[in-house]
Design a protein around this ligand. Structure first.
Ligand code: SAM
Length: 281
């Protein structure tokens, strides 16, 4: 590690609720020599809220290559700097990759300050398998490339996490249902941590219908979680759902879930998830 070099702090910031800033983020933001930011106005608002007046240096998709050189010089010269994005964790569908890689290549210290991330926040409340997941971020904006990418993802067994722009959500959900199958389980988190935080849950088709029926459904920011490809050797989700629905009309949910799992050979945990009950174990 070069002697007397400064440290680059990679700091997560709130995705809506300013109360989600961590104490450590506040402390470090208050003592660094500069803060590299995506949008100076957005971060100025956050710093003002925190009572800070640190120097801001813009760093975005279009100037990152040139800026990296300048920021590395500052770090090598002993200045401490912070990297923040407009919201959430830097580098997660946000700028900063080139800066962090270049700093690592030069053996400069890079320290994470963890905090909010829309993908993880949504996954943590989705009620879909969270032991393994694939973060896809934004799908292609155009339908052709989007459907081709979805065809590749159709066989992925892990839970899928997508970011999506609000004006594309209906068309994306339609393509998702078409390519992955409309019965795939889905969870859409809109406006996480904000005043109008809303969740839509069900099959892809059901979620699409719920969003379309909600007058506010196409406003704000959205993160979508979709269950992975069902076990090709196990019973289909549709079969488990069909049997569970028949039994649940006559029996309490726990009993219906246990019997549905035994009849179809599905995992008990899957049947319990369908019944919105805690796992069976
Ligand atoms: N780096 C950020 C993070 O850690 O979550 C993500 C940045 S990415 C450019 C912005 C996308 O994240 C939005 O289009 C949306 O899909 C998702 N997102 C950000 N804030 C959100 C929120 N409050 N609720 C739901 N989704 C959100």
């Amino acid at each position: 590690m070069p002697q007397n070099s400064g440290c680059l702090y990679v700091i997560a910031t709130p995705i809506g609720n300013l109360g989600d800033i961590t104490e450590r983020a506040r402390d470090v933001l208050g003592k660094v020599d500069w803060v590299a930011v995506e949008d100076t106005r957005r971060t100025r608002q956050l710093l003002t809220h925190l009572g800070l007046r640190q120097r801001l240096i813009s760093l975005h998709e279009h100037n990152e290559t040139e800026r990296v050189h300048e920021l590395l010089g500052r770090l090598s010269g002993g200045e401490d700097g912070a990297l923040v994005s407009d919201a959430g964790t830097p580098l997660i569908s946000d700028p900063g990759f080139r800066l962090v890689t270049a700093a690592r290549d030069r053996d400069l210290p890079v320290v994470p300050l963890p905090g909010p991330c829309a993908a993880i926040a949504a996954l943590s409340v989705a009620g879909l398998p969270s032991d393994r997941f694939l973060f896809e971020g934004f799908l292609p904006a155009r339908s052709g490339p989007r459907r081709r990418r979805l065809a590749e993802l159709a066989v992925v067994r892990e839970t899928l996490i997508f970011y999506e722009a609000v004006h594309r959500i209906d068309r994306s959900l339609a393509d998702l249902a078409d390519v992955l199958g409309e019965q795939r389980r889905a969870f859409l988190a809109r406006e996480l941590t904000k005043q109008h935080e809303t969740f839509y849950r069900g099959s892809l088709e059901a979620v699409r219908a719920q969003v379309a029926a909600d007058p506010a459904g196409t406003k704000g920011e959205m993160t979508l979680i979709v269950s992975g490809c069902p076990d090709p050797d196990g019973p289909s989700t549709a079969e488990l759902e069909r049997v569970y629905a028949l039994l649940a009309a006559e029996l309490p949910p726990g009993k219906a879930a246990r019997l549905a799992a035994r009849i179809t050979g599905a995992k008990r945990a899957d049947a319990y998830r369908l019944a919105s009950l805690p796992d069976a174990d």
